[in-house]
Design a protein around this ligand. Structure first.
Ligand code: MN
Length: 450
């Protein structure tokens, strides 16, 4: 059953004028959740909704707006800065709030005078990690990434035989998850490196600090210990999506990763976007999903009619780079690559169901990374590791600056997330595709120097 409704109408406009611009990151149809305080203040953080270049402050809106009693109950934890409690609500209740906010922020809303006073320009907000992330798991669903990276490490055997049967993942670290944004810095880690040809490792600063372009899925209600989440209930347990940068120290990784997988090469930093786009907002971007006919088909516990008919999501992804030199010269960021989440080998629902399939309990606010989302072409690599073929190939930036295979200068990676257009199946095929924000999940981070 389609969950598309009037909140997905691409022609709907907001009384916040910047939400109606053709290239708006945060149109009325998006309404993502973030945690913020006014920059420079020591106020307690509260949840806000991005709309145009503004944030609707839900603490102010909870008292100034006119809401039904059911909506008022949902707003209270958000006003107190507690997104997790809201994430744990049923999908129907989460949708109820989306509808209330959509109506309240729409053009012609009676709430306009009251809510205008609850808006803060995003430029004046300091964003924080949007919820309490108890556990973080990183999957490996980008088959093109897995194949390219596998070739670098194992030329004869790039894709291990389990890949097409099991959604591969590992447990990450939540304490070092930070929020991306201008001014956010990742410190280049120290670690054990085994220089090529050397007989003993050295401890030094990582020289191959890399990014990984991923989506992050936030868990909604979750499941009690011992009780799996079947595929038919997976959608209910998905709250929303963010962009995730899985910072990776490649030289440390190459030395330490066997036999137990990623450790210090990954856990020094993970950055996510300040905004979580709800699954409801992503409803128009669903697509059919299937493994190629020549591949193993998912085992029954990872299969469902809905997953086949609309388990995929068509989400365009990009990585942009602006080096320190470029910034100093006033040159804009340049796009490093472009890909699409539709290439993922496993769906969000399959990741969530597989994770809980042994009875492992997922909790509200848990974060599941999708793994690096590279496209099928070599130029669509979602990391420097791929784009530079393990450092063997130089990357040319279009600005004619000296090519850098591994940026050693301070740089920033920015991942805009254009969300495509309303597909024909939405019944809005002839409508103007307004829902194409360029940076609705912006994830900008400065790479710290030595
Ligand atoms: Mn990763």
């Amino acid at each position: 059953m389609s969950l598309l409704d009037h909140t997905h109408n691409p022609d709907a406009l907001s009384f916040v004028a910047t939400a109606n611009l053709a290239e708006a990151d945060f149109p009325l149809q998006n309404l993502p959740y973030g945690l913020f305080r006014r920059a420079g203040s020591n106020e307690s953080a509260r949840v806000g909704i991005a709309i145009g270049d503004q944030i609707l402050d839900l603490r102010l809106a909870a008292s100034a707006g006119r809401w039904s009693s059911a909506v008022q109950v949902l707003l209270q934890p958000l006003a107190d800065g507690d997104l997790n409690s809201f994430m744990a609500q049923t999908a129907a209740k989460r949708r109820l709030l989306r509808h209330a906010l959509f109506d309240a922020l729409a053009e012609g809303s009676k709430q306009q005078p009251a809510l205008t006073a609850c808006l803060l320009p995003q430029a004046q907000a300091q964003m924080a990690v949007p919820c309490r992330i108890g556990d973080y798991t990183d999957f490996y669903t980008g088959i093109h990434h897995a194949t390219t990276v596998g070739k670098l490490f194992r030329p004869d055997n790039p894709l291990l035989p389990n890949y097409k049967w099991v959604p591969i993942g590992y447990h990450g670290r939540s304490s070092s998850i930070g929020v991306g944004g201008l001014g956010s810095t990742v410190r280049r880690p120290l670690g054990q490196l085994m220089p090529p040809g050397a007989e003993a490792p050295v401890r030094a600063a990582c020289k191959r600090l890399d990014h990984e372009l991923e989506l992050g899925l936030f868990v909604a209600g979750g499941n009690p210990l011992g009780e799996p989440i079947p595929m038919t209930e997976a959608d209910e347990q998905m709250f929303g999506v963010t962009l995730l940068n899985d910072w990776s120290a490649r030289d440390m990784q190459g030395w330490e990763y066997q036999p137990l997988g990623p450790f210090l090469a990954k856990n020094f930093a993970t950055t996510i976007s300040p905004w979580i786009v709800s699954m409801d907002a992503l409803e128009p971007f669903r697509i059919a999903f299937a493994h190629p006919a020549s591949d193993p088909q998912p085992l029954p516990y990872l299969d469902s009619d809905k997953n086949r008919s609309e388990g995929g999501y068509e989400i365009e992804l990009e990585v942009w780079l602006q080096t320190e030199t470029m910034r100093a010269a006033g040159e804009p960021a340049t796009r490093l690559m472009r890909s699409n989440f539709k290439h993922a080998y496993w769906t969000l629902a399959q990741m969530l169901t597989h994770h809980a399939s042994n009875g492992c309990n997922l909790q509200p606010g848990d974060l599941l990374g999708t793994g690096t989302q590279s496209g099928p072409e070599a130029i669509e690599g979602g990391s420097m590791l791929e784009l530079s073929m393990g450092g063997k190939q130089s990357l040319s930036l279009p600005t004619a600056r000296p090519a850098a295979s591994w940026p050693t200068a301070t740089a920033s990676a920015c991942m805009p997330m254009p969300l495509g257009k309303a597909p024909a199946a939405s019944g809005l095929a002839n409508a103007r595709p307004r829902w194409s924000p360029r940076r609705c999940c912006n994830n900008v981070v400065k790479w710290g120097g030595f």
